[in-house]
Design a protein around this ligand. Sequence first.
Ligand code: SF4
Length: 464
Amino acid sequence: MKKTVSFSKNAINVFFHILTSCNLKCRHCYINTEQHGKNKLPISTINAWLGIFTKKSIKTNVIFLGGEPTMHPDLSLAIKKAGDLGCNSITVDTNGYLFNDILSKVKPKDVDYFSFSLDGATPKTNDWIRGKGSYDTCIAGIREAVSRGFATSLIYTVSRANLHELDMMVPLIKNLGINRFFIQVIGLRGKSAEKGPEKSQVLHSQWLGIIPEIAQKVAELGVTVTYPKVFLGPKEIFECAGLADTINAWMEEFNNNILSRILYNKYFKNIRAKRIAQSQYSSFSGGKLSAYDKTIKKGSKILGWDWRLLASMIYQESEFKPNVRSWVGAYGLMQMMPKTFEKYGLDTTASPQQQIIAGSKYLKHLEGQLPEEITDSTDRIKFTLASYNSGLGHVLDARRLAMKYGKDQDIWIDNVDYFILNLSDEYYYHDTVVYYGYLRGGETYNFVNEIFKRYDDYRNLISE
Ligand code: SF4
């Protein structure tokens, strides 16, 4: 059963522009490379934002947009994530070029609609608006999607340039086997705003005289038809389809979760900077990060790392507290397990200095276990930190997954880190290339990110 996106109470519609690039230059485009540059969200960001907006208690309809969203190489992963998060419906809006072989990477059960944009019933009108060849490509894309069992939707943005062909869409929609037809009104944004309403928007009388009649004809084919109420009658009241209620319900829930507090702290309080500035070990009070800076510098020489990076890692583990013990038995400044202490002839009576040197040697040992193919020095550090936190086996699992899904197994950001994050997902930890099973991957992912973020702060505060 396909679900139709509509504005309703207790539902969220997430219009998610995952990139701004597009291969076309439509005359009415409001998002395009010229105006918005070439931006592409990394899959980790897409997933994080899907997580924020998807609430089990509220229906979430996700519409992936661009630019042209199929130009995003990880669109199939984003679709999968939206499905895993339990989104009410998933739609991909496309100009029909269907890049990256998207129809082969997802299945009809994964996507509620592929929604195609066509702005004319003939190549002449459509291609004048959307570009040469775009009509034939879009029609071919629709046919391909329908033949593979995908539900399809068609968006027709009505303007003065194509209103005359709207009635010709009725037989075309029937012929193509479209499931849903969306008649859109041209928005005065982007390029169409430059031209002004008199050049693009249809008249009040044209809209009211033509749109409802055509919509009725298409609906009689058994197709779901949607069109916006563009003009209000003299006594009609504007209603925003429960949008305020929906936002309020979402905010209420969002304000109570951890992520909202993290975002609030990040953007409004910047606690970390405050903590550093207040610490007795800051650049404001003698250029120190901790009481162990001297030994940390020795440890960093063993590793060949910047000492401030090692300091950031130690802060992450223990906040520079030498006697802290975790519930799993990890102990000390670098939160090493008793077995690791033993490996270096130590136990929990070890001095802070001994702990740091042993921890540095252990990090060096882990770094030596990593495949030589990881050549970038920053990547090697990230893989090492991840191995320190989760164990080398899980990191190697994530590398194998990266390779299987066409990512670069030697690069951390937006490649292996994505699969570390998802090792808590049954779909991935049951994969045949995963030998070490489940991992609370979010912990490892954050461990690496937090250390590098703090390292940036330290570099700003303390000179080498
Ligand atoms: S296909 Fe969409 S994003 Fe691309 S140029 Fe046309 S309107 Fe803009």
